[in-house]
Every structure is written in C-alpha cells, then in structure tokens.
Ligand binder design. Structure first.
Ligand SMILES: Cc1ncc(COP(=O)(O)O)c(C=O)c1O
Length: 407
C-alpha cells in the first residue's frame, strides 16, 4: 500500500513522557507484578461524596448540550468559590468552562498565537504544554531553571533575553508541575511587569493553586492583577477535588476581546460535559476551606514522608517541594529513562516494583533531564515508604550491574 500522509502537526506532537513507559508497566502487571505508580498525577484521594450526590440529583429527561461558555450554574458556583476561598471577586462573563485545563490551555494558545508565534516557558515544564503548543503550531521558548536553585525563576533580564518579535505570552505554572516550586507574589509581579513592558500576555496555569504546604496561603495572579486585560488564568477542578475524569477546567479573563475569541473556538466544539458540570456545581457549593485543608494535609504528609525517605538514599538529589504533588529528583544513574525501564522490566523485590516518569520529556532544552525523574506523590504514606525502599534497592542493583548491559 502507498503510504498515506499524516500532518507534520501530528508528527511533531510528542508522546507523553508520563505515559511512554506504560506498556512495560502493563506487561509486568499482566505477569502478576505489583507496580506502584508514581509516574502520573492521578490523585488517589477519594472524590468527595458531594460530587456523586450531584450526579444522582441530575434529573433532566435529556442530556442536552450546555452553553459553550459553560453552564450558568457551574460558573456561579466557581465564582462564589473564588470569593469564599480566595477573596477574589469575579463576574460570570469573565469565566469560560472548558473540558479540563488541557482544553483551556489549547484554547489559550490558539487565541493568543498564530502558527510560528512564541511563548516563553520555564524549563523543566509540564510536558503536555509541549503537546498543546505543537497542536496550535506555537513555538515554546524555554528559560532554564536549575534544581540547585529549587527551580526559582531567573532574573527579569535573563528572561527578557529570550524574547523576540514573535513572543506573544509568558506561560507560568504556579504551583509548578513537575517541580513543586511555588512562585511568590514578587516573582509573579516581575513577570507581569515584563509582560507590560513588552505588551504581551501572561498566562498562569493555577491547576494546583490550593495545594500549598507549610501554611502558605493559596496565591492567584488575580490577587494582584484582577481586571488586567493581559492576564489569563487557567484553572482546573481535577486535582484539588480529585475529579480528573470529570474533565472540568476554566479560563478566566477580564479581556472581552480575548473572551469573545475563545468563545468562538468554544462554540466550534459545542460544550463541556453537562452532567459533570451540574454535579461539580453541587459539590463546590457544599465544600469549603475545610475540605481543601484536609486535602492539603494529606499531600503535605506525603511530601514529608517522600522527602525524608528519598534524602536518605545515597546519591539522590532533590529539593523539598512547596506545593502541587510532584518533585523532580536527580538519581545517581547516567540515563534515568533506561533505569525506569529496568524498574518495570527487570527489577523485582517481593514481586513489587515502582513506576517513575523519566524527566527528560519535561525539559524542552535538549540534553537536560537525563539523570532526573519526576515523582508524583499520589499514593498513601506506607506505600510511599515502600516505593523508596524499592528505589534504593533497584539503584544498588543497577549500579552494581554493568550499566551498559541493559538496552
Ligand atoms: C500543570 C497542569 N496543567 C493542566 C493539567 C491538565 O488538567 P485537566 O485535568 O484539568 O485537563 C495538568 C494535569 O496534570 C497539569 O499538571
């Protein structure tokens, strides 16, 4: 058969580094091996019962399309959540509901950029940003952040050196996936000033906004820039409420031109899921700060357990994450991806192993991330302790055996 052509766009969209090794994990599980999964940000914290109550309360005779900008009910609830939890006043016409933050990010790229335009990101970055940008034909320009500096932002001058006449936006993820770093009000303000000076947008992905540790208060760019037409917030219900599969996110903008343009794109895809929007509105109305405090407490305890146990392993380097539920860890191996494969394919201790995400796919800059993995602390404390035991044992075996024998 003659080869049928597929688009360069599709070819240039990388496979997810988080899921890349999944076939090896599935094969091991099929052989009865217990695979502890720390590779993906899929929370195991139970979904609140209020969400399922909401599903049961949906009594419409037809599951119809909702509004393209999202149901009025969910927007009202989400906006009142902003007021209650974050003390931020928003209006319904500044929020558009999307099928997860994923769709919100794709819509943002498509709205702010033409193919070939550039968006500044901080490296390492959430790997799916690379996929969303590829779909929209956007070039991501990485600004280097270092593990030894806990992935802090570089100076404004350094960031500005990455600008060109095609730069349309800076995209910040705060708290950050994959590093767990939190950017302070001062740092965000510095980015905002840069955006003002260069007349570009600031897009802030606040998917993990409420998951912050050590008594930090959730901080939104809207605390300092509500009403600013160059600020776009991408939000998600996936993580803080453990409803990843409900696929609910939003875009918040005070810029009516941007809102109108995004709405046109949203109309082309019709609407976000109806029953999930209904149930999420019910849930949000009933849950407040106590629920969030409990969720944060769970992740903070896990962070503490993981950090302590990883730090105790010889040759492992990491900084304590301050938010989200991820950390980037440097392992004493030359090639972390090969080591992750070894964990899945060969290593066993009591018929158990651990699944980590090689970090190379989270770095845009070639050659970085070879020795690092990203760990998502989405399992309970005893399981996390066990994962660290498994990792320590695997590192010992890996470094004992000839590294080149595994390929
Ligand atoms: C930083 C970040 N943004 C967006 C998403 C996607 O979220 P959603 O499930 O709302 O599409 C994720 C998911 O892991 C994420 O980590």
């Amino acid at each position: 058969m003659r080869t049928l052509r597929i688009s360069n766009r599709a070819k240039n969209t990388p496979s997810s580094p988080i899921r890349k090794l999944s076939p090896y994990a599935q094969a091991s599980q099929a052989q009865g091996v217990i695979v502890h999964r720390l590779n993906i940000g899929q929370p195991d914290v139970p979904t609140p019962k209020e969400f399922f109550e909401g599903i049961a309360l949906f009594k419409e005779p037809v599951v119809a399309y909702d509004l393209s900008q999202g149901s009025s009910k969910l927007r009202t609830s989400w906006i009142s959540y902003f007021k209650r939890v974050l003390e931020i006043d928003l209006t319904q016409d500044s929020m558009l509901i999307t099928t997860g933050a994923s769709e919100a990010l794709t819509f943002s790229f498509m709205t702010l950029c033409d193919p070939g335009d550039e968006v500044i990101i901080f490296d390492p970055t959430y790997a799916n940003f690379i996929g969303f940008a590829a779909i929209a034909g956007v070039s991501l320009v990485p600004v280097r952040c270092e593990l030894s500096e806990n992935f802090a932002l570089p100076s404004a001058d350094t960031i500005e050196q990455h600008f060109s006449n095609r730069t349309r936006a800076i995209l910040l993820c705060n708290p950050n996936n994959p590093t767990g770093t939190i950017y302070s009000e001062k740092e965000v303000k510095q980015l905002l000033d840069l955006c003002e000076e260069n007349n570009i947008f600031l897009v802030v992905d606040e998917t993990y906004r409420e998951i912050v540790f050590d008594n930090l208060k959730p901080f939104s760019v809207l605390h300092i820039a509500r009403g600013n037409p160059r600020v776009i917030v991408v939000d998600s219900l996936s993580k803080r409420f453990s409803i990843c599969g409900a696929r609910l996110g939003s875009i918040i903008t005070a810029n009516s031109d941007v809102y109108g343009a995004i709405l046109n794109i949203a109309q082309a895809r019709l609407a976000a899921p109806t029953i999930e929007q209904f149930a999420a509105a019910h849930m949000i109305d009933l849950l407040g700060k106590e629920h969030l405090n409990q969720t944060v407490k769970i992740y903070q305890l896990r962070r503490d357990t993981l950090f302590l146990n990883l730090k105790a392993i010889k040759g492992v380097q990491l900084e304590s994450p301050s938010g989200a539920f991820y950390t980037v860890v440097r392992l004493p191996v030359a090639d972390a991806e090969l080591f992750c494969r070894y964990l899945l394919e060969e290593f066993r201790l009591n018929n158990e192993t651990v699944f980590l995400a090689p970090a190379r796919g989270f770095f845009l800059e070639q050659g970085r991330g070879a020795q690092e993995v990203r760990i998502a602390f989405v399992l309970n404390n005893p399981e996390l302790e066990r994962c660290c035991e498994l990792l320590e044992s695997a590192l010992r075996q890996w470094n004992f055996a000839s590294k080149s024998s595994f390929n």
